[in-house]
Design a protein around this ligand. Structure first.
Ligand SMILES: *Cc1c(COP(=O)(O)O)cnc(C)c1O
Length: 367
């Protein structure tokens, strides 16, 4: 039985009778830039996130970068974030001219260790950027307390956490602003690149609307050097259809997580830990084992695709030699990078597929 890592083909088959007419409508009216679908999607996504505003942009990386720029963060500033994250988090910081200041992760939740944040604060620190990794929100209350105490902005990287909650409140609604990615395999994915900023702050919204659209506050009126970072109208139309399914899809992911947990309890591997404060949307289901590479090969021999998120920590990437971090600086992140495996996780995953994955892991462990 074949088990892909994600299955966007089945998802398209299940929703194409809604998606194709939405795309056709745009092409028949030839309105490809901003327009009604982007506006409506922004309204609907802000409502979903319980924020006052959403601004559609061309990727999650852009969303993070434009938030930082709108906050006036750039050269000379430092932004604190987790050592274990996708490199786009720190690229967005670096592209503004600011410096990422990394903090190790908590061994149970894999998100930023809130007890290690204050040691990373300097007089240059301007913001804390927690990442809601694998679909589980970071521990936001202590982060907000530290930020208040030190007068720092809070920017949430919610690119893996559409619909996750922290103490019952939705991810993305905590900080000054939050970034979402609609990369195709994210919990809410477009048919190409896309992203959004959500915020309750009007001046951040205005700034980003200008920055994403050539720096114009109205047509041909350019106050600042802006960019071309708009969300495509066609992608907005896809996202509007898919947003209507997101809660069901997230529930399906949570059911799969429960089933994985029940079936793998005795397998002697480390399973994801959902913190008391969190309801994860399981963008990824990440386990840990000492025999990681052999297990991935074994699963491959059973037609199962697994992934690693992420095999080389950011501070050990050649691109970040200039940060002057070294081996041993973030021990949990470094250890986990050698042990983690992301199992197949998507709403359309069938029970039979999931059982095949678990039986294969048990077979490997018992052999
Ligand atoms: C996907 C992702 C991003 C970047 O989003 P893109 O849309 O690919 O630019 C940033 N941070 C995290 C944690 C992500 O998973």
């Amino acid at each position: 039985m074949k088990v892909p890592f994600v299955d966007l083909i089945t998802q398209y088959e299940n929703s194409k009778n809604q998606i194709l007419p939405a795309l056709e409508h745009i092409m028949e009216n030839a309105q490809f830039i901003l327009g009604d679908d982007v506006l409506q999607f922004e309204k609907e996504f802000a409502a979903f996130c319980h924020t006052r505003y959403a601004i559609g942009v061309d990727s999650g990386t852009s969303a993070l970068e434009l938030i930082l720029r709108a906050l006036g963060i750039g050269s000379g500033a430092e932004v604190i974030t987790a050592a274990n994250t996708f490199i786009a988090t720190t690229l967005a910081i670096s592209i503004t001219g600011a410096k990422p200041a990394l903090v190790d992760i908590h061994p149970e939740t894999y998100t930023i260790d809130v007890n290690k944040i204050e040691a990373a604060i300097t007089e240059r620190t301007k913001a804390i950027l927690p990442v809601h990794l694998y679909g589980q929100p970071a521990d936001m209350d202590p982060i907000l307390d530290i930020a208040r105490l030190h007068n720092l902005a809070v920017v949430e990287d919610a690119c893996q956490a559409h619909g996750a909650t922290y103490k019952g409140k939705i991810a993305g609604s905590f900080g000054d602003a939050a970034a979402f990615s609609f990369y195709p395999s994210k919990n809410l994915g477009a048919y190409g690149d896309g992203g959004a900023v959500v915020t309750n702050r009007e001046e951040i919204t205005k700034n980003i609307e200008i920055l994403r659209d050539y720096g114009q506050s109205k047509k041909n009126h350019h106050n600042v050097l802006g960019f071309n970072r708009r969300l495509d109208t066609l992608q907005a139309a896809v996202l509007r259809v898919k947003l209507g399914h997101l809660e069901d899809w997230n529930q399906a992911r949570r059911r799969h997580a429960q089933q994985y947990t029940a079936l793998l309890k005795q397998a002697g591997i480390s399973l994801p830990h959902e913190a008391d404060y969190a309801e994860s949307v399981y963008h990824l289901f990440v386990i840990r084992t000492k025999n990681r590479d052999a297990l991935i090969d074994f699963l491959k021999s059973k037609d199962i695709s697994a992934g690693i998120h992420y095999p080389t920590p950011i501070h050990l990437q050649p691109a970040y030699d200039n940060l002057k971090y070294g081996l041993g600086d973030f021990p949990i992140t470094e250890q986990y990078a050698k042990e983690i495996i992301s199992l197949p996780m998507y709403p359309e995953l069938s029970s039979e597929q999931l059982i095949h994955v678990c039986n294969s892991i048990s077979e490997f462990v018992g052999s």
